[in-house]
Design a protein around this ligand. Structure first.
Ligand code: FA5
Ligand code: MG
Length: 443
């Protein structure tokens, strides 16, 4: 279905890397990878990938590969990356690893089962059956461990087919952190205790951290670990994250942070950290004690480690007060010119242009439905002008048993007024594409 879409909507297209694009007088963004898509192959920066039935990456997404916002010194994503790197100042840093990875790196190395749902085509961007755009920076955990560093940070762009709203975007940036100790060393817990005591001294009053998670059967320690090794490593992890949050948010009045239990195939126990933003809990990172089987793959049999994966956009949204995740990709100089390397400053919204709202309703050919595929199609056809897609009605006819859905699309430009006529043309294209792609009956 998606392979058809690639040929139907995008046909063959070449995007050439030109010189750096200039914004204002000083600002420039990398234009990203150079790529070509033909019926049988995808070529990215001179490397060819044979298409197969797994291929579902679109030129819209490929055009975002290697744009390196996290390396642009004036960009909020890069400012946060640097602040975190300077907090963890003795960590080895990797920030230029290619986002094109093998499925082995993205899944198998991380002990993600062959039939695990996170491998679904509807959630990922595959170049083919064995190659994909990384869905998380965890894809490089093993590589980092094999580098010999016992503390390291990996940052980069990651890609997921996801819902569309103010805090979800199909390309975003993550930073991975991994630390490991000799099991014997952690057993004494001396270093950890010292660190934690220092951390307590520095505790900022403005940041309230609520953590009532405990190691329990539903979120257990691993069989090969002991209480004496897991408790200090978990304490070190929590201390590392909390002290980083406290440092980053030192000037934020009344920040609420909470720890909750989570599950990842590559850590146990596992947690997520959320920050209250505009009255809602926003998830900013996942973390846990690294599965020993993963450490064993790197020959680290006598070590115990923890890892975390941060969403850099999510942190930047709160710190810089950036209300919409699309703004990070804005080429409008009124965005980027507001920021100074090394500094956190509140974003001054340039006038918010009015939205244009359109609904689309249709009968499904059968009852199954992949919302991510729909969102992806909408984004491919409409581009960044679509701010939000929301299901507003899901109805099954009592007699015919046919299912009808209605989605509300909010269109808005970040930098200009859109006209109703212009949006009608886009909406018509979306309607045609949805009808053709999903064999729905438009209402
Ligand atoms: C992961 O990606 C794990 N690899 C994190 C991890 C690393 C766990 C190491 C354990 C050890 P998750 O899918 O929850 O987990 O994503 C991590 C963070 O990325 C989220 O907390 C969120 O801040 C950010 N994130 C996830 N999806 C999006 C998105 N579509 N747009 C922006 N940020 C996102
Ligand atoms: Mg999560």
């Amino acid at each position: 279905m998606l392979a058809t879409r690639l040929t139907t909507f995008i046909s063959t297209r070449t995007i050439r890397k030109t010189t750096l694009r200039c914004i204002g007088s000083k600002v420039s963004y990398s234009t990203g990878s150079e790529f070509t898509v033909t019926d049988n192959e995808i070529n990215i920066d001179g490397k060819t990938y044979k298409k197969d039935k797994w291929t579902n990456v679109s030129p819209t997404t490929l055009s975002r590969v290697n744009r390196k916002l996290h390396l642009h010194p004036q960009h909020p994503i890069s400012i946060i990356r640097q602040l975190i790197e300077s907090h963890f100042h003795d960590f080895k840093t990797f920030h230029d690893i290619s986002p094109i990875v093998t499925t082995k790196q993205n899944f198998d190395d991380l002990l993600i089962a062959k039939d695990h749902v996170t491998r679904n085509r509807s959630d990922n961007y595959y170049l083919n059956e064995t190659t994909m755009l990384r869905a998380h920076t965890s894809a490089h955990q093993l590589q980092g461990m094999l580098s010999g560093a016992n503390k390291f940070l990996i940052s980069g762009d990651v890609f997921r087919r996801d819902e569309i709203d103010a805090s979800h975007y199909p390309v975003f940036h993550q930073m991975e952190g991994v630390v490991y100790f000799d099991r014997d060393q952690i057993k004494t817990a001396e270093q950890v205790t010292k660190d934690i005591e220092m951390g307590r001294l520095k505790e900022a009053e403005n940041v309230k951290v609520v953590d009532d998670t405990i190691i329990k059967p539903e979120n257990p320690m691993q069989e090969s670990h002991t209480q004496e090794t897991v408790e200090p490593i978990a304490a070190h992890l929590k201390y590392s994250i909390n002290s980083m949050v406290r440092k980053l948010f030192a000037d934020e009045p009344d920040l609420e942070v909470r720890w909750i239990d989570a599950y990842f195939p590559f850590t146990s126990p596992s947690w997520e950290v959320e920050i209250k933003y505009k009255g809602e809990w926003l998830e900013v990172l996942g973390c846990g004690v690294v599965r020993q089987e993963l450490m064993d793959q790197a020959g680290l049999h006598d070590k115990i480690g923890h890892a975390f994966g941060l969403g850099l956009e999510r942190l930047a949204m709160v710190l810089f007060g950036i209300p919409d995740i699309r703004l990070f990709w804005s080429q409008d100089e009124r965005f980027i010119q507001q920021f100074t390397p090394g500094q956190i400053q509140k974003f001054q919204p340039f006038s918010k242009y009015p939205p244009c709202i359109k609904d689309i309703s249709f009968w499904l050919p059968n009852k199954s439905w992949e919302e991510n595929d729909f969102c992806e199609l909408v984004r491919d056809v409409a581009g960044d002008i679509v701010e939000n897609v929301e299901l507003i009605d899901d109805f099954t006819h009592p007699k015919t048993d046919k299912r009808s859905l209605c989605y509300r699309m909010l269109y808005r430009s970040m930098d200009r007024n859109v006209t109703n006529d212009e949006i009608n043309v886009i909406q018509e294209r979306v309607r045609e594409a949805v009808e053709k792609e999903f064999a729905v009956e438009l209402r």
